[in-house]
Design a protein around this ligand. Structure first.
Ligand code: EPS
Length: 387
C-alpha cells in the first residue's frame, strides 16, 4: 500500500491518492472528517483555522460505503484559496506574481535552503509546499488507514506530555478509550489537568511576547499483532520506519520509543523486558520499556512512541535574516501564524503512525479482500498465542 499527496497551502485543494487497500473495507467518510476536525483544533492555533473547515471529497475507489480495491483519490478544499487565486494560480500573471513575492527568508523554515536548491527567486514557491497545511492530507490518509486498523482490532490514541517548560505528570490511565475521552475534552490534549492550565498560560505568554512554544507528544497503539516489521534488513525495521514518519512531520526534531533516551542512563537489567507466558495471553512482557519493539518488530505489547516538536519558527518577534535581493540584513517580517501547534501535532502523529502500522499489516497478511485480511490475522494471532 502506498500514498502520494499534492497541494500548496494556499492553492485550491489538497489531493491524496491511496493505492493498495483491500476491497470491501467499510469507508465511513464521517470518521475521516472527524479526525480532520480534531487536527484543526487545540489551544494556540492561529486565524487560518477559522477560515478552513477540512472535509474530504471522495473522487474514486469507494462505492456504496466500501472500498472497491481500486486507488482511493481524496481531496480537501482550501477555503482560503478564494483570497489567493491570483497569486497561486497556474497561469502566468506577472503583475500579481510580483505582488506577493517573498525575498526575505524566515529563520527555521525551509525558505532559503529550498530556494537555493530549486532555483526560486520567489520563496513562496518553497513555503507553500513546506507549510504544515500538508498535515491535513496526512491525517486524511492516516484516517483511512485507521478505518482498516479498526477492523483488525488495532487502536490508537495520543496525548501531549510537554509544552515548553511544563511537563505533564505520568498518570496511570488504564484504557486507550479513557485517554481519548480525556484528551478530547482538553484544549491542549493533555491528561493532567493541573499541567493543562499551566500549558495554556505558557502558550498565552509566548503569544503575548510574539514568540512560540514547542513540546512533546506521545502516541500509544494497542492490539498490534506480534511480528510486524522485520529484523532481516534495515529498511524493513518497523520502528525505524515509524521514526521516519514522525520525523517527517513539519517541525519535528526527535523521536523515542518506550523509555527512549533514558536507556542510556540505566543498566541493562533495568532496560530489558522479562518474558512471561500464560495459557490465556500466550507470551507477554513483564514491563514494556522497549515501547513494543524488539529487533525492528512488534512484540505484541502496546507501542509507545514520542516525538518532539520545535517551536513554530514564524514569529511576531523578529529574528535576524538577510534579503536575497539586496543581501542586506533585516528583521524577519510578521506573518499570520499559530503560537503553538503541539496539540494538533499529536493528532498528526497518531495518523502517520496509523499509516505505517496499516502498511506493515498489509505487507505481512494477504489482503485482496477485507475478509481475507481479517481471517489471516485472526488465525495468526491464535497461532502466536499457543506457539
Ligand atoms: C503554516 C502557517 C499558517 C498555519 C498553517 C501552517 O497558515 P497561513 O500561512 O495560511 O496563516 O495556519 O497551518 C494550516 C494551514 C493547517 O491546516 O494546519 C505554516 O507556515 O506551516
Amino acid at each position: 500500500m502506498r500514498y502520494l499527496t499534492a497541494g500548496e497551502s494556499h492553492g485550491p485543494q489538497l489531493t491524496m491518492i491511496i493505492e493498495g487497500l483491500p476491497s470491501h473495507m467499510p469507508f465511513a467518510k464521517e470518521k475521516v472528517n472527524a479526525q480532520l476536525k480534531r487536527r484543526q483544533g487545540g489551544y494556540g492555533r492561529g486565524r487560518r483555522m477559522q477560515i478552513e473547515t477540512d472535509e474530504i471529497q471522495i473522487m474514486s475507489g469507494v462505492r456504496f460505503g466500501e472500498t472497491t480495491g481500486a486507488p482511493v483519490a481524496l481531496t480537501i478544499e482550501n477555503k482560503d484559496w478564494t483570497h489567493w487565486q491570483k497569486v497561486m494560480g497556474p497561469d502566468p500573471q506577472v503583475e500579481m506574481a510580483d505582488k506577493r513575492r517573498i525575498s526575505r527568508p524566515r529563520p527555521g523554515h525551509a525558505d532559503l535552503t529550498g530556494a537555493i536548491k530549486y532555483g526560486h527567486r520567489d520563496m513562496r514557491d518553497v513555503l507553500e509546499r513546506s507549510s504544515a497545511r500538508e498535515t491535513a492530507a496526512r491525517v486524511a490518509v492516516g484516517a483511512v488507514a485507521r478505518l482498516l486498523l479498526e477492523e483488525c482490532g488495532v487502536h490508537i490514541a495520543a496525548h501531549v506530555i510537554r509544552i515548553g517548560r511544563v511537563e505533564a505528570a505520568q498518570l496511570e490511565i488504564d484504557s486507550l478509550q479513557q485517554i481519548q475521552k480525556i484528551t478530547e475534552a482538553s484544549p491542549v490534549r493533555c491528561l493532567d489537568d493541573v499541567a493543562e492550565k499551566e500549558m495554556m498560560i505558557q502558550i498565552d505568554e509566548a503569544k503575548q511576547a510574539g514568540d512560540s512554544v514547542g513540546g512533546i507528544v506521545e502516541v500509544l497503539v494497542e492490539g498490534v499483532p506480534v511480528g510486524l516489521g522485520s529484523h532481516v534488513h534495515w529498511d524493513r525495521k518497523l520502528d525505524a520506519r515509524i521514526a521516519q514518519a514522525i520525523m517527517s512531520i513539519q517541525a519535528f526534531k526527535g523521536v523515542e520509543f518506550g523509555i527512549g533516551f533514558e536507556a542510556a542512563k540505566r543498566p541493562g537489567s533495568q532496560v530489558h523486558d522479562e518474558i512471561l507466558w500464560t495459557e490465556q495471553k500466550g507470551f507477554y512482557r513483564k514491563t514494556n520499556r522497549a515501547g513494543g519493539f524488539e529487533g525492528g518488530m512488534t512484540t505484541g505489547e502496546a507501542l509507545v512512541i514520542r516525538g518532539v516538536m520545535k517551536p513554530i519558527p514564524t514569529l511576531y518577534k523578529p529574528l535576524a535574516s538577510v534579503d536575497i535581493d539586496s543581501k542586506e540584513a533585516f528583521s524577519a517580517s510578521i506573518e499570520r501564524s499559530d503560537s503553538c501547534a503541539v496539540p494538533a501535532a499529536s493528532v498528526v502523529a497518531e495518523h502517520v503512525v496509523a499509516w505505517e502500522i496499516a502498511q506493515a499489516l498489509l505487507e505481512k497478511f494477504p489482503h485482496d479482500t477485507m475478509e481475507e485480511l481479517k481471517d489471516s490475522i485472526a488465525s495468526y494471532r491464535e497461532k502466536a498465542r499457543i506457539y
